[in-house]
Structures are given as C-alpha cells and as structure tokens.
Design a protein around this ligand. Structure first.
Ligand SMILES: *Cc1c(COP(=O)(O)O)cnc(C)c1O
Length: 371
C-alpha cells in the first residue's frame, strides 16, 4: 500500500526521546517544550510560542484568549476542517462562512468583505493545502474595522505570503503537529503571537487557568499541555524542516508536471502573485465527471494499493451543523464542487519517485481509461 502520508523520523527524534527517558523529564515541565516554543517562534518570526496538545485545541484556546463577546460573528472559510467552526461555536460566537476561490481553494478578500456585519468581531483565516490566503486586503479590512485575526497556519508552516512567514500574520496564529503536517510530534500544536498579554492568557487557558494559588481558579481553561516526549520529537523535526519543505515542493512539482496536460484534472497553481505552492498535500479535482466523484476515484485507487483522502466536506454541508440549524439554505458553490470532486494524493515526505510514478499512472488509467 502507498499510504497517503508516511512521516520520516530519521533525525534526532530517537536520541531526544531517549534523553527524556534517561532524565525522566516526560511531562510538559520538561525542557524540550520550551525549546520547541522558542524554535518555532524564531522560525516564524514571532515573539511567543505556546505549545499545546493539538492544532484543534490551539484554535479553541486562541479564540478563548481573545475574549470575543458572546454572540459576535467570526468570519471563516466554508472549506476547511471542522476544528475552526467548533472553536468559534464553543467560544459562544457565530461562525459566518465565506466561499473559496475556485482555483486557489482559499477564502477570498471579496468574500470576507461581503460577510462583514456590525456584529463581526474577528476573522479566522485558514491557509488551505499549499497556497496562502491573500492576506493584505484582509489585514487592511481588519485594521479599518478593528477586527481580530486568527490565522490557522496548520497546513503551511514554512510557507510565506509576499515573503512574510505564515504563522506571523494573525493577532494569534496556530499550528498543528499531526503526523501529516510539516513537523510532527505525533499529536501537538502551537499558538504564536507577538503580544505578551495574549501569550500569557493562552498559557493560562492551556493549563486549566490555575491561579497564583494552586487549585484556585477564576476561570475555566483546558488541559491542553504538550508533553516533553512530544516536544522532543518536535525539536528533532524542526531541525530538518528545510529538507521537509524541499521534499514537499519536489513531490508537488513532480505530480504537477505529470498531470498538467490532462483536462480531466484541476490541479493546484504552482504559484500565485504572492507565493509559490508548498504542496502540503497535492490536491486533484475531477472536472465534469458528474456521478464519478472523489469517492469513486478514491475507491478505485485503493483497490490498486494507493491511499488517498477526500477534500474537506464544506461546513454548511456537515450533518452536525444541519442538525443545529446552522447555515440553513446557504450555498457556497466553489466549496461544494471541490468538496465533491476533490481528493489528495499520497504526499508524505517518505514517498519515493517509484511510488509517485505508480500513483500518476494509476490515476491516469482510472480516470482517463487508457488501459
Ligand atoms: C490539521 C489541521 C487542524 C487541526 O489540527 P489537529 O492537530 O489535527 O487537531 C486545524 N486546522 C487545519 C487547517 C488543519 O489542517
């Protein structure tokens, strides 16, 4: 089987893990946590990093850190992971959806502008798959209207927007270290900011809001702490990130080259005015296939030993939100189309050229039927 993502743990991961065991520093109090926080803050040009247990909790804590007024609106993309919407809802706020660009798959500045109301308090920007959101117009609107920005950079650590690092552009930015992300800790995440007060508040929320006096709490937080074991792996991963990013771009470049001549596939732009694709994953959208949607292709590829993943199901089509009566009769045609016809190919850094060749051949065989 060619897996959709196989991570590489071939640096100092084992050495640092053994260090944790030898020193018995395994909890969040251990030294690797701080090392990872400082390393990632430096890598993204930030003042503060707050390591947490995963990227979803990073979003929960980031939103809670901002103390948005309950009932206020937070603009977010329709095409993203559920964690974005659930963080907004759990903070007592209302997610307001924006459709994605048909080719770049990110939320657009025009969409954001049109979604603003008197109740808007914040914008949650999410960089999807490989290209960053067009940030400048969104940052300008936010400044004009005094809106907060939460930047979900989980998929694009190492990417830049007009040479500015992703993870640096929100009041708070978040990362995930799930095994398919650019660095992994097994499970893990981080909040990044330049604001001392926000960093301190995130840290408190991460740690159950312990007061000055232990076991006395003025507010409810989470146990969102990262263990030293996880951070040890993360520190080793961060040492190799430039290689990882190079591999990602090479994998994406190969798929691009082999698939670009086929009308049947919509593939990602290799670059835009403000960035070169980092190919966190390589997405393919089937064009005018009608009943042959992504799940059809995924099933066929699976039978040939290739594991792919469907694109996100847009938020307004999620059963849970239908049950909750959210986003009723709203339509986001671009998100709906790519949600139905889009899937991504094996894109992990352990992928070999031979495996990639097989993926491309089988995909062409299946969709175009050259066999
Ligand atoms: C992976 C991801 C998350 C969630 O991260 P977890 O660590 O899996 O909880 C959040 N947002 C985006 C855009 C992601 O890709």
């Amino acid at each position: 089987m060619i897996y959709v993502n196989e991570p590489l743990l071939n640096g100092n991961e084992k050495k640092y893990l053994c260090e944790c065991i030898d020193t018995k520093w395994i909890s969040s109090e251990g030294p690797f946590v701080k090392k990872l926080e400082e390393g990632l803050a430096a890598f993204t040009g930030r003042k503060y990093g707050v390591a947490v247990s995963n990227g979803s909790v990073a979003l929960d804590i980031a939103i809670a850190t901002l103390k948005l007024k309950p009932g206020s609106e937070v603009i977010m993309p329709a095409f993203t992971i559920i964690s974005c919407a659930s963080a907004i809802l759990r903070a007592g706020c209302i997610p307001v959806l924006v459709d994605c660009h048909p080719d770049e798959w990110n939320m657009t500045p025009e969409g954001v502008k049109n979604a603003i109301t008197k109740k808007t308090a914040a914008i949650m920007v999410v960089h999807i798959y490989g290209l960053p959101v067009d940030m400048d117009p969104i940052l300008n609107i936010a400044k004009e209207r005094n809106l907060k920005i939460i930047e979900d950079a989980a998929e694009q650590l190492g990417q830049t927007y007009k040479n500015r690092p992703c993870g640096k552009m929100g009041n708070l930015s978040t990362l995930s270290f799930y095994p398919n992300k650019h660095i992994t800790t097994g499970e893990g995440g981080m909040i990044l900011t330049d604001d001392h007060e926000l960093a301190e508040r995130s840290k408190a929320l991460r740690n159950l809001c312990f007061g000055k006096k232990r076991f006395v709490h003025e507010e409810l937080g989470w146990n969102g702490r990262m263990s030293n074991l996880q951070a040890a792996v993360g520190v080793a991963q961060l040492e190799k990130i430039n290689n990882t990013l190079k591999r990602k771009r090479s994998i994406g470049g190969y798929y691009s080259e082999k698939l670009k001549t086929f009308q049947e596939f919509q593939i990602p732009f290799s670059k835009t005015d403000f960035a070169e694709n980092i190919y966190w994953v390589f997405g393919v959208v089937l064009r005018s296939m009608e009943t042959r949607d992504a799940s059809w292709a995924i099933e066929k590829l699976k039978n040939r030993g290739i594991e792919c993943r469907p694109f996100f199901l847009p938020m307004h089509q999620q059963p849970i939100f239908k049950k909750m009566g959210l986003f009723k009769s709203q339509r986001f045609p671009n998100a709906e189309r790519i949600g139905k016809y889009g899937f991504y190919l094996p894109s992990g850094v352990a992928l070999t050229k031979n495996q990639q060749r097989k993926v491309v051949n089988e995909l062409i065989n299946i969709v175009i039927g050259r066999e």
